[in-house]
Design a protein around this ligand. Structure first.
Ligand code: 6PG
Length: 481
């Protein structure tokens, strides 16, 4: 065998990952169900890696592919998540030998990864669910890689993946984040945060356009400026680029795109998992529902007909420069909340599934390569390094100050949006989350009282321990349960 690793599934992510691996000095066997893709990869990039001693080795059948890889084999699978992954695994398993490692680099649901890990372990094989973020460009030039599975598998796989990942200050944006399904769980939450980030950016744009009256090109300048400060990130810069773009007819690109946001499912999974774990990830949830609302075109048309108002009717006077800066502050504070919630979910998932996840390390490998790469992730790493069992990121000195500094502007933006009739579900829910946490008393007490009244669900008292019930339908006496 002449390859140190193999990759099957040569759609664009697979192709780029394979080329990246070859460029880093590894001989990689490549395979695709239909050979045409393998042939075209070899035709177009057959000399990839020549400078570094790496190369692409084209194979036609799965048998030839497996035979080309050194043992214990590392086989990367880069196919569309779902049944496709199971089909490839079923074909591969009979060809593999004890100790071989199958690495699923797709956006798999972590519960599928847990199931597949058990399935392959029964055959003496390792299964490694791995999150790869960064899109096509990242796959080729340095993604962020979140590896799950066993320590043993990471010993063989890790050095290769670390070599192809993005690097910050010489450190790879790749790590073994935890056992079993941890890699895909962390990638899922990454995508959930990606949804929240984009929704917050979209709400900011909407406010700058609808309330401050700025045109897309001017908003692009605002984002460009924001990208020089604490908000510096891949998505903020990309927003500036997109808002500056015009189509062939000279129209702002953002005006010619249908306003119905699609999703492949990872945001939805994040919310479903959060509901199961009981973690309030309100920013991610609202971002996911906002996409869903945008796609309900019939309901939107009906509501527009019934409730439409002219922009003038809801015109809110603002001082433009002040408002732009308030939106910046609201965006930053809401973003801090969304990340704090996402990290809470990773912590809860790790606890539930018995994975040993280092949250500071997760923030560290998101600093570059991935879609949510951002300057402030370094601060999250610092916060978890100082205090690994942190209760919430929000109260660490750096983030507490950020939120405290922005809170007045945040309230002003949410109130202005409400008056202007501009929907800000992510801004609004993040602010409510913050207020919910910091409130001395919550109206949850009333909910408990109501539950006890209609369903004898009992309650606890503030002044003494125990579980109580009031005889609401009787003499209103209280009894300890
Ligand atoms: C990444 C992205 C990537 C993909 C999203 C798109 O980290 O590189 O998250 O995985 O672009 O899954 O997701 P939606 O289609 O659900 O928006």
């Amino acid at each position: 065998p002449s390859a140190t690793i193999g990759l099957t599934g040569l759609a664009v992510m697979g192709r780029n990952l394979a080329r990246n691996i070859a460029r880093h000095g590894h001989a990689i066997a490549v395979h695709n169900r239909t050979t045409a893709r393998t042939t075209s990869l070899l035709e177009e990039h057959g000399d990839e890696g020549a400078d570094s001693g790496g190369r692409l080795i084209g194979t036609e059948s799965l048998e030839e592919f497996v035979a080309a890889i050194e043992k214990p084999r590392v086989v990367l699978v880069m196919v569309k998540a779902g049944e496709g992954t199971d089909a490839v695994i079923d074909d591969l398993v009979p060809l593999l030998e004890e100790g071989d490692i199958v690495v699923d680099c797709g956006n798999a649901h972590f519960t599928d990864t847990i199931r597949r890990t058990e399935q392959l372990e029964a055959h003496g094989l390792h299964f490694v669910g791995t999150g790869v973020s960064g899109g096509e460009e990242g796959a080729l030039n340095g993604p962020s890689i979140m590896v799950g599975g066993s320590d043993r598998a990471y010993e063989r796989l890790g050095p290769i993946m670390e070599s192809i990942a993005a690097h910050v200050d010489g450190e790879p944006c790749c790590a073994h984040v935890g056992e079993g399904g941890a890699g895909h769980f962390v990638k899922m939450v990454h995508n959930g945060i990606e949804y929240a980030d984009m929704q917050l950016i979209a709400e900011s744009y909407d406010l700058l356009r609808s309330v401050a009256g700025l045109e897309p090109a001017a908003i692009a300048d605002v984002f460009e400026e924001w990208n020089k400060g604490e908000l510096e990130s891949f998505l903020i810069q990309m927003t500036a680029d997109v808002l500056r773009h015009t189509d062939a007819g000279g129209h702002p690109f953002v005006d010619v795109v249908q306003d119905a946001a699609e999703q492949k499912g990872t945001g939805r999974w994040t919310v479903q998992s959060a509901l199961d774990l009981g973690v309030p990830i309100t920013g991610i949830a609202e971002a996911t529902f906002a996409r869903s609302l945008s796609g309900h075109t019939a309901q939107r048309a009906a509501a527009r007909t019934m409730f439409s108002t002219s922009p003038d009717e809801q015109r809110v006077e603002v001082d433009r420069d002040t408002f732009v800066d308030q939106v910046r502050a609201a965006l930053y504070a809401s973003k801090v909340v969304a990340y704090a919630q996402g990290f809470d979910q990773v912590a809860a998932g790790a606890e539930e599934h018995g994975w040993d996840v280092d949250l500071g390390q997760v923030a560290k490998i998101w600093r570059d390569g991935c879609i949510i790469r951002a300057r402030f992730l370094g601060r999250i790493t610092e916060a978890y390094t100082d205090e690994p069992d942190l209760t919430t990121l929000l109260t660490t000195p750096f983030f507490a100050e950020a939120v405290q500094d922005g809170v007045d502007a945040w309230r002003e933006v949410v109130a202005t949006a409400a008056r202007a009739g501009v929907p800000v579900p992510a801004f609004g829910s993040s602010l409510s989350y913050f207020d919910g946490l910091r409130r001395e008393r919550l109206p949850a007490a009333l909910i408990q009282a109501l539950r006890d009244n209609f369903g004898a669900h009992t309650y606890q008292r503030v002044d003494r321990p125990g579980t109580f019930h009031t005889a609401w339908a009787g003499d209103l006496s209280e009894s300890e349960q």
